[in-house]
Design a binder for this molecule. Structure first.
Ligand code: FAD
Length: 505
């Protein structure tokens, strides 16, 4: 490899995961690290998703770092610009800027078995690192459907995560494709501006009212003066969500009454029975992500909105043809069609000792030990890896658990002394995933009668954690060395006999 800088740890990404990792590394006394970020600023999700109406759907006091409480959240569910500003502040407060290399997209990482390090090629030069912490985000690579004729569409086309703010939607005929978390925030925000809005809905969502409200000056002053009140608020928000988990994971039958609340939310705003029928899901609530909005249904009931309850199949000139044969002339198409999730994009760029990429190894589905380590990819871990997602609570809780695991991993390497690497044993990866998938069988995500982005191409749920966040916290408190083979440079092979184990997909 040509001239490059060597670091102990290379973190990839500067969203909540990457910034959290950087703070944790500094707190562990580790300063020999870089954060490689492909964009020109921090924020990840909250930098890239700037669509009208973008906000979190977990209350802000829970959707933030426990080590960086913010007494000044302006709303119970704060908007994108406030979350982005929060992450910029975290970056400055914890002195992370000197570590961050912007416009450094990681193109390829290759394991050097001789030197026990990762060689990392980026658009801003090369690095090598003892350990890679990959925090490239579960929802960061927009997914566009392959629609015949789209290339020849004469109007404007963009994805909700790459909003074109120079394009003026006023007076335009606009199609929104998709009815997920982004679409239900976009629709009510743009409906008053556009001439005509057509929503293409393949599957209706369950939508509960959104209990959003401004957090007043007095309330914020209390949080500032008495920091324990912010902690208390966070604790309550967390506890309520922990109590809900059992219904999702063990007793989906109990969720029927929540469906009634969602139906009432719809009935309040949508008086037309035909439209109500189109918008009523036929699967158990919770199977797909439960959405929160008090403005979505009222927007859909407006005279300038049409719902096409059928998928988009073709674009013919400026007409959008749906599976039910209807044609709609539009000036702009906004794809709100989600992200590459179960086919984690960074996996194509990670090359293990045998020359195989992680995506090749994961061709039968993603799996990692405790959501972090893949067998055969030593000293490489993910933040928000396989089966670490949540259906009803804050991803920051899961990120912080994974940071505990990362910190202990680095401590264990220190204890081992000399040059060493840890490679997850295939048997340990297998056992962990067996447990996860066994627990998954009863969950609403697998039994609720829907297809969702939680499931991979083979129908396996490789994204969601089927338990409470407290259980995951316990499972990631320490690295169990028995679950890893220790590699040393002398032979560069597992020193403990794990070489004959294979991961069964
Ligand atoms: C619109 C939207 C709303 C959401 N709302 C919520 C919510 O309310 N509650 C909740 O818990 N979760 C929510 N999520 C999920 C959210 O993605 C996570 O909560 C969290 O922000 C993920 O942080 P991250 O750091 O893992 O990933 P990201 O924030 O996606 O950051 C990943 C970073 O990695 C960089 N990167 C990617 N590939 C490379 C590469 N090859 N080289 C260099 N850099 C790279 C990206 O540019 C990005 O900056 C939402 C997601 C979206 C899209």
């Amino acid at each position: 490899m040509a001239e490059h800088e060597h670091v102990r740890v290379a973190v990839i990404g500067s969203g909540f995961g990457g910034l959290g990792a950087a703070v944790r590394l500094r707190r562990e006394g580790i300063t020999d690290f870089v954060v490689l970020e492909r964009a020109g600023s921090v924020g990840g999700t909250w930098r890239d998703n700037s669509y009208p109406g973008c906000a979190c759907d977990v209350p802000s006091h829970l959707y933030s770092f426990s080590f960086a409480p913010n007494p000044d959240w302006p709303r119970s569910f704060s908007g994108q610009e406030h979350i982005r500003a929060y992450l910029e502040r975290v970056t400055d407060t914890f002195g992370l800027r000197p570590h961050i290399r912007f416009n450094a997209e990681v193109k390829r990482m290759t394991w050097d078995a001789e030197h026990l390090r990762w060689d990392i090629q980026t658009t801003a030069g090369d690095w090598s690192a003892d350990v890679v912490v990959s925090a490239t985000g579960p929802l960061s690579e927009p997914k566009l459907p392959d629609v015949p004729g789209l290339d020849a569409f004469p109007g404007k086309v963009f994805h909700s995560a790459r909003w074109d703010h120079d394009y003026d939607l006023r007076g335009k005929r606009v199609a929104v494709i998709g009815t997920g978390a982004s679409a239900i925030q976009i629709v009510p925000s743009i409906q008053p501006q556009v001439e005509k809005l057509t929503l293409f809905q393949r599957t209706p969502a369950w939508v509960l009212p959104r209990m959003d409200r401004p957090i007043g000056a007095a309330e914020r002053a209390v949080h500032r003066a008495l920091p324990f009140t912010t902690k208390l608020r966070r604790g309550l928000l967390w506890g309520i969500r922990e109590l809900q988990v059992q219904a999702f994971t063990k007793h989906p039958g109990e969720l029927g009454f929540v469906e009634q609340l969602a139906k009432r939310n719809m009935a309040r705003a949508v008086k037309d029975p035909e439209l109500r029928a189109k918008l009523t899901p036929d699967y158990r609530i919770g199977c797909k992500r439960i959405l929160l909005s008090s403005t979505y249904y009222p927007a859909l009931a407006q005279p300038n909105v049409d719902v096409v309850a059928s998928g988009l199949t073709e674009v013919r000139g400026s007409a959008l043809v749906a599976a039910d044969g209807t044609e709609t002339e539009v000036d702009a198409i906004i794809f709100s069609t989600g992200f590459h999730v179960t086919d984690m994009p960074i996996a194509e760029r990670v090359v293990g000792p045998e020359g195989k990429t992680l995506s090749e190894v994961w061709s039968g589905g993603m799996q990692a030990l405790r959501g972090a380590s893949a067998a055969g990819f030593p000293n490489w871990m993910t933040i928000i890896g396989p089966n670490t997602g949540l259906g009803n609570s804050s991803m920051i809780l899961m990120i912080e658990s994974q940071l505990n695991y990362m910190a202990d991993y680095l401590r264990q390497l220190d204890v081992l002394g000399g040059r060493a690497a840890l490679d997850a044993r295939p048997s340990a990866v297998r056992a962990w995933n067996h447990r996860v998938q066994e627990r998954m069988k009863r969950t609403v995500w697998n039994t609720g009668g829907c297809t969702s982005w939680y499931l991979d191409a083979g129908g396996r749920n490789t994204t969601i954690w089927p338990g409470t966040t407290a259980e995951f916290r316990r499972a990631t408190r320490r690295v169990d060395l028995a679950e890893y083979a220790v590699l040393r440079p002398a032979d560069a092979r597992p020193a403990t006999g794990a070489e004959n184990e294979e991961v069964a997909a």
